[in-house]
Write a protein that binds this ligand. Structure first.
Ligand SMILES: Nc1ncnc2c1ncn2[C@@H]1O[C@H](COP(=O)(O)OP(=O)(O)OP(=O)(O)O)[C@@H](O)[C@H]1O
Ligand SMILES: [Mg+2]
Length: 240
């Protein structure tokens, strides 16, 4: 078993509030790993640390054999933040070109990757619009395209399908499965149980702790229920 990510005894506080409390997770290469949990549970705080945007107060995070935070590993991580970090005054194409230029891609490869990423999120015909004229869902889609640009071996997607219609959501998930089949590792945070169902492994975060985890089937068996929705409710109420 090859590990892509190891999080050991990570804690993090903002002021007096402990946002992550002794978090331990391991993520295998080639998995789609889901982080689920209520709003404010600590999911975004955790994924930001996986990308190296923030540092734990205590504990250790290893990503692709690097101790985080580490700048070298960034070339190999595609990150889609929960809040879109786009240049509103530029067109979508200009945004894509800008981000592509940050990665060490050759001109021809840049062009191909931009065409591919725009296609995955169904924005190929909208690339000449300014981002300020984009809808919320289109901005999410553009952010996802940017995360896919450099063909990273690890994708970290913070609520990637919020504001995206069911048809496109389905085709995005098909693409995630295809990337997984190529051996890529994918981490998603989600509130959508139907998406959690598609993950190989899940961790449920609540009040900064991992309260339970496993494959979707393991979790349903553990809590003697038929749906992840019920696992979510049962695991949550067992805590409080
Ligand atoms: N920079 C910050 N300064 C202070 N508090 C913060 C900061 N970032 C996050 N928090 C707090 O940490 C807690 C966890 O936030 P986080 O964004 O990780 O939750 P989440 O699980 O991603 O929620 P959601 O599902 O709504 O995205 C919240 O109480 C939040 O207010
Ligand atoms: Mg979040």
């Amino acid at each position: 078993m090859e590990l892509t990510i190891q999080v050991e005894q990570v804690t993090k506080s903002f002021g007096k509030k402990m946002v992550l409390n002794d978090v331990n997770i391991t993520i295998e290469k080639g998995q789609i790993y889901g982080l689920i949990g209520p709003s404010g549970a600590g999911k975004t705080t955790l994924v930001k640390m996986l990308v190296g945007m923030d540092k734990p107060d205590a504990g250790m995070i290893t990503v692709l054999n690097y101790n985080m935070p580490n700048l070298d590993v960034l070339q190999d991580i595609g990150y889609m933040a929960q809040s879109d970090a786009l240049y509103n005054d530029l067109t979508a194409m200009e945004n894509l070109k800008f981000f592509a230029s940050l990665f060490k891609l050759k001109k021809q490869e840049q062009k191909q990757r931009i065409a591919y990423a725009a296609e995955v999120v169904n924005l190929s015909d909208e690339l000449n619009k300014r981002v300020s004229a984009y809808s919320g869902g289109m901005k999410r889609r553009l952010s996802l395209a940017i995360a896919l640009l450099q063909n990273p071996s690890l994708l970290i997607l913070d609520e990637p399908t919020v504001g995206i219609d069911p048809e496109l959501r389905k085709s995005i998930w098909e693409e995630l499965f295809r990337l997984k089949a190529e051996g890529k590792t994918i981490i998603v945070t989600t509130h959508v149980m139907e998406e959690a169902e598609k993950c190989d492994a899940l961790a449920m975060v609540r009040d900064g702790k991992i309260i339970t985890g496993g494959t979707p089937t393991e979790l349903k068996n553990l809590y003697h229920v038929d749906s992840l929705e019920e696992v979510f409710l049962k695991a949550g109420s067992a805590q409080s």
